[in-house]
Design a protein around this ligand. Structure first.
Ligand SMILES: [Zn+2]
Length: 191
């Protein structure tokens, strides 16, 4: 027990030297336009999620953490399924749920604006099984319609309309580096 406590202290000390335990995700719609942000901050019992979006259809929309930090429009299927490290069923109202990445619906006002403050209980931005920054990271995806909190596997909220990547290493790009055209020309000249 003392050892665990000691490790915890070390861990906390290490974290203080890093940047704040916060992160901001830029959200893009299917046309590739940035429509707002999801700001994350580490809390004692989970991760606080502040959602600020514009240009949405007025009404409720599902929003979830997805398993891959890859938002390729227009359908954003590259983000994968809901983030579910504990192998649960989908839905905040499901008796065997929810996925760790399940969040309450957000509501866009008559002007299409969203300003919501949500929680992801049990999640963390630090290391661990429930880290939103495991492996390469995760992503946030907004749906066309509301999540009904029960329907498997994704809540029945319809198509994905916005996506944002939460990457472990934001400097890293997933694009392949282009081939060097000079090299190619030299090869051509030789032959
Ligand atoms: Zn889910």
């Amino acid at each position: 027990m003392r050892f665990v406590f000691f490790v915890l202290i070390l861990f906390l000390t290490a974290c203080q030297t890093n940047a704040e335990k916060m992160s901001t995700v830029d959200m893009y719609n299917a046309s590739g336009d940035m429509i707002g942000t999801v700001a994350l901050s580490e809390q004692e019992d989970g991760v606080q999620v502040k959602v600020k979006l514009e240009g949405l259809k007025p009404g409720f929309h599902g929003i979830h953490v997805h398993e891959f930090p890859k938002c390729e429009g227009p359908d954003f299927t590259t983000a994968g399924n809901h983030y579910n490290p504990e192998g649960k069923e989908h839905g905040l109202m499901h008796p065997d749920g929810p996925h760790l990445g399940d969040l309450p619906n957000i509501e866009a006002d008559a002007g299409g604006l969203v300003d919501a403050e949500l929680m992801l209980p049990g999640a963390t931005l630090m290391e661990g099984k429930n880290s939103l920054l495991k492996e390469d990271g995760t992503s946030f995806v907004v749906q066309e319609g509301p999540d009904d909190g029960l329907t498997q596997p994704g809540g029945g909220g319809g198509v994905r309309i916005a996506c944002g990547e939460l990457k472990t290493n934001p400097e890293e790009t997933t694009e392949e580096s282009p081939t060097d055209p000079t090299e190619f020309n030299e090869e051509q000249e030789k032959s």
